[in-house]
Design a protein around this ligand. Structure first.
Ligand code: IPM
Ligand code: MN
Length: 335
């Protein structure tokens, strides 16, 4: 029953406040975690955005990190810092559940979707060029190994949470080669998982069905290429009340980084207004990943109870009047 050390990337903008909220709540809940702060202010090495070595070492040593929102450094030819982190640690699967918050009403009552996004390639490969002025090309790169590992992850995840089906969301009717490869790879991977059903759905149809009746997705796991997953996970967030509520985990073979998907919101930074829920729920995913389920349950229950208790304990993004610190105090009271 020792203590675990976890790397913490507090992040920019509202990251500072929501990270403090997490730290305060963890302390009050006696979670046996020591935080190791990581400065990820990037370096530009040979024209590539690079994470400073002490941060890389910390994360490789601790294997688990929690991350607030990072603004992409402007100027100097930097690439997205968020993407650089995923790439640096080969975090190939992005796990994005969206579950309705009982006590926070939206037009959708019982969303319980799980979306797994390929996290390393597709349109995010960063391969773009101008052929001649006015004609540009952005490459959507799909490889069999990257498809295989994320689809395998989806099957294993489905099995671990007792969901009987994996649905591949794609557009192979148009993207015949790239999505076609993803689809064919899924058929091969499925052979090793005879206990899990394999389904296929076209992306446009999934969008329609998600907003018409999201309960159709409560008993399956979706897996899809990178950009589709980016878009569909925001859609799923929208069904439950927005990005302030949805957690995510960037999973690799060794390292995992759990993060709030929302941005750094510089317009409200430092104003004690930000909603720490997404980071808190991401941290609960992290605790379960570390087999610290009892602490995850304790914190998640307190968070849900706080949100359910009404507008006076909800932050502004949830149409409430609570400041970040008031919300944090309420969560601590509800532990
Ligand atoms: C996300 C974000 C990122 C993405 C941005 C910040 C690069 O939107 O995690 O979904 O596009 O993947
Ligand atoms: Mn996104």
């Amino acid at each position: 029953n020792g203590t675990y050390t976890v790397s913490f990337i507090e992040g920019d903008g509202i990251g500072v406040e929501i990270s403090q909220a997490v730290k305060d709540i963890y302390k009050a809940a006696n979670v046996p975690i020591e935080w190791e702060s990581c400065d990820v202010t990037p370096l530009l090495i040979n024209g590539r955005t690079t994470i400073p070595q002490p941060a890389v070492d910390s994360i490789n040593k601790n294997l688990v990190a929690l991350k607030g929102p990072l603004a992409t450094p402007i100027g100097k030819g930097h690439q997205s810092l968020n993407l650089t982190l995923r790439r640096t640690f080969n975090l190939f699967a992005n796990l994005r559940p969206a579950k309705s918050i009982v006590g926070f009403k939206t037009p959708y009552d019982d969303v319980d979707s799980v979306l797994i996004r390929e996290n390393t390639e597709g349109e995010y490969s960063g391969i773009e060029h101008t052929i001649v002025p006015g004609v540009v090309q952005s490459i959507k790169l799909i490889t069999k190994p990257a498809s295989e590992r994320v689809i395998k992850f989806a099957f294993e995840y489905a099995r671990s949470v007792n969901r009987p089906e994996v649905v591949v969301v794609h557009k192979a009717s148009i993207m015949k080669l790239s999505d076609g490869l993803f689809v064919e790879t899924a058929k091969e991977v499925a052979k090793s998982f005879p206990d899990i059903k394999l389904g296929f759905e076209l992306l446009d149809n999934t969008s329609l069905k998600m907003v018409s009746d999201p309960t159709k997705y409560s008993n399956l796991v979706m897996v899809m290429p990178n950009l589709y997953g980016d878009i569909m996970s925001d859609l799923a967030s929208g069904l439950i009340g927005g990005l302030g509520l949805t957690p995510s985990g960037n999973m690799g073979d060794k390292v995992s980084i759990f993060e709030a998907v929302h941005g750094s919101a510089p317009d409200i930074a430092g104003k004690n207004m930000a909603n720490p829920t997404a980071l808190l729920l991401s941290s609960c995913m992290m605790l379960r990943h570390m087999s610290l389920d009892t602490y995850a349950d304790k914190i998640e229950t307190a968070v849900l109870k706080t949100i359910a208790s009404g507008p006076e304990s909800r932050t502004k993004d949830l149409k409430g009047d609570a400041t970040t610190s008031h919300y944090t105090e309420q969560v601590i009271k509800n532990l």
